[in-house]
Design a protein around this ligand. Structure first.
Ligand SMILES: [Zn+2]
Length: 204
């Protein structure tokens, strides 16, 4: 256990010294990148590779979330992190609704590598815990204050929200799966393609 934590610390250190982006999988966190498939709200493949990167401080905080949850045999599964600006533009050109996608004129916090979409899993089975909706379900049922739900689902949503807040993330009122890393403003909007980040990030 100690050894893997040391490796995680090393991965973060290397990232800080180079590209400032960390490959979330290098922290031992599972990913499920729907935008690298056609199984997403756009019904088209938006990312050429299934990769999740976050700015180093956000990645470090997410590793703390994972470690904290492990005491309860729980873990996280990440759907998205850094998103190149051109992908936000593509989403906007098709959907053109600020309730569903970010206006590229302002950019998304995902474009800054400072937002993460995720859910909880049971570490013993790898199964996702029951949540109010599937990922990217843009209905009021996905809102943090929607409570016409089974008590277990409300508790699971609260568990995710509480542990994320504890480690420096801020929930989004309209999407139970989305969290912004506090201080996201200090990270600029980027348009580096994911394969380019993969080349830049050692050990990824
Ligand atoms: Zn998001």
């Amino acid at each position: 256990m100690k050894r893997s934590f040391n490796l995680i610390a090393l991965a973060i250190l290397v990232a800080c010294a180079s590209s400032n982006f960390v490959d979330v999988e290098s922290l031992g966190i599972p990913i499920d990148v729907r935008y690298a498939t056609t199984n997403n709200f756009m019904h088209e493949q938006l990312y050429p590779i299934a990769k999740v990167y976050l700015r180093a401080p956000a990645a470090r905080a997410l590793a703390d979330v994972e470690r904290d949850l492990a005491h309860e045999h729980l873990g996280i599964k990440v759907f998205d992190g850094y998103r190149p600006w051109s992908v936000t533009k593509k989403m906007w050109d098709k959907i053109h609704d600020p309730d569903y996608v970010a206006d590229p004129a302002k950019g998304s916090r995902h474009n800054r590598g400072a937002a993460v979409d995720l859910t909880l899993i049971d570490l013993r089975t790898g199964q996702e815990l029951a949540m109010p909706t599937p990922y990217d379900d843009f209905t009021s049922r996905a809102h943090q204050d929607f409570n016409d739900l089974p008590p277990e689902v409300i508790a699971n949503r609260a568990k995710l929200r509480d542990v994320m807040i504890k480690h420096g993330f801020e929930p989004l009122p309209t999407e139970w799966w989305h969290f912004d890393y506090a201080g996201w403003q200090r990270f600029g909007i980027e348009n580096v393609p994911l394969p380019e980040l993969e080349r830049r990030t050692p050990g990824a």
